[in-house]
Design a protein around this ligand. Structure first.
Ligand code: C2G
Length: 397
């Protein structure tokens, strides 16, 4: 008897899950399905799981493909399960290619091709909340988006649009999604558009996506003109669509916790904020050569300004920019000094100067320090007058 095992969250059960289980069962005679617990999903960084463990198990059972359902509760369990249940084949969808090769020491590992299209008809029938995402652009950031998106429940990356057919196809092939060169066809296949195209194209794509009634997530800088941002947000409001800029720190759970702790008087009244983010770039990089969108402030300014604007607000009395510029006039390093009625702040960013990327929030009773990379906040500490005393420690989330 050939025993097969597969694992998954199986949240908002859809045809991708169904087809995976069907083919997993066909690989052998007996199929064991491991369904992840909420705690394990949280630990492995899976966000936004909607259905309870019971519902997810029920949905797997309903398919009739599973001979046995088990619970996956911790890292390292797969190896033990494979030994315990005398498994011959471990299988999982091809979005995980390579990730489970270490199991080849214990059994055969088969990656089954992921389902590219979650059909809208099926979603409507199930009244499902899965959002089908389409990507515009095929550059570096788009490449990073896909593996991250698979850790978010309730979304399915369906396809990519690029007017250059070859780029669209190359990208789509690599990530096993559909390639589109026809804008209308692309819009018909998706509910949400993620824009990762060159900056100067953002405005046009956002407008057209909203006009096609799509939600929009756009890489920063969304646009450079306040009037354009206002116009687009107004359009999104009218169309009842979500439009937001991809400043990851603003949506990072650790950063939220930090804002909550800092804003609750943990270090007294906040009087000084210092935020620094530097990232060395090559002289011929887009970041250091694009005459309109290049430079340190436009590249990194939104990060360093974020904790300041979140904690002190927008009503500063004075703001001053000091920059070191390269030969082409773009800023290699910029320091922004802000003065508020009851505090001061400094935001520092650089593409051509390296510094320590830390965030410091100083108050009347103590200070909070978040070491680099504070823009992906996972850990911070509060310190008080006595240098030996660490008042508060926040562990990795
Ligand atoms: N899947 C698929 N096609 C899709 C979506 C998912 O073939 N369009 C597959 C996944 O590759 C996985 C299974 O369906 O094999 C369950 O997917 P998820 O519920 O998203 O679970 P996942 O996070 O992939 O769990 O230990 C957990 C496993 O390692 C993977």
């Amino acid at each position: 008897m050939i025993k097969v095992i597969t694992y998954g969250t199986f949240d908002l059960f859809h045809e991708g899950h169904y087809r995976l289980l069907q083919r997993a069962k066909a690989l052998g005679d007996y199929l064991i399905v491991g369904v992840t617990t909420e705690v394990y999903d949280k630990a492995r960084g899976k966000l936004n799981v909607v259905d309870s463990l019971m519902t997810r198990i029920e949905n797997v059972k309903k398919t009739g493909f599973a001979d046995e359902v088990i619970i996956e509760e911790e890292l390292g369990q797969k190896v033990n399960d494979i030994k315990k249940f005398h498994i011959d084949i471990f299988t999982v969808g091809s979005d995980w290619v390579g990730s489970f090769d270490y199991l080849k020491n214990y059994c055969k590992v088969v990656y089954l091709e992921r389902t590219k299209n979650i059909s809208s008809t099926m979603l409507r029938e199930q009244n499902s909340h899965i959002q089908r995402i389409g990507i515009i652009g095929t550059g570096r950031i788009a490449e990073r988006f896909i593996p991250e998106a698979r850790l978010v429940s309730g979304v399915s990356t369906q396809g990519v649009y690029n007017p250059h057919e070859e780029s669209a196809k190359r990208f789509a092939h690599k990530w096993e999604i559909n390639a589109y060169t026809d804008m209308e066809e692309f819009y018909r296949a998706v509910d949400v558009v993620y824009i990762a195209s060159p900056h100067e194209t953002h405005y046009g794509y956002i407008r057209s996506a909203l006009e096609h009634d799509k939600h929009v997530l756009c890489e920063k800088p969304m646009v450079l003109k306040k009037a354009q941002a206002e116009e687009l947000f107004e359009l999104a409001r009218k169309r009842e669509k979500v439009l937001f800029e991809g400043i990851k720190t603003a949506y990072c759970p650790g950063f939220h916790k930090l804002l909550g702790v800092a804003g609750s008087g943990t270090v007294g009244a906040i009087r000084n904020i210092e935020a620094c983010f530097t990232k060395l770039e090559k002289a011929d990089s887009r970041e250091l050569t694009d005459p309109v969108y290049g430079g340190s402030f436009l590249e990194l300014g939104s990060y360093v300004m974020l904790p300041i604007l979140k904690l002190f607000g927008k009503s500063f009395e004075d703001i001053r920019f000091d920059s070191i510029r390269g030969e082409n006039g773009l800023d290699l390093f910029t320091r922004i000094s802000l003065k508020y009625p009851m505090g001061v702040a400094t935001a520092t960013c650089g593409l051509g100067v390296k510094s320590e990327g830390r965030l410091l929030i100083a108050g009347t009773k103590g200070y909070i320090v978040v070491e680099a990379p504070w823009w992906k906040t996972t850990y911070f500490e509060a310190h008080y007058e006595n240098p030996g005393e660490i008042g508060l420690k926040f562990p990795k989330i």
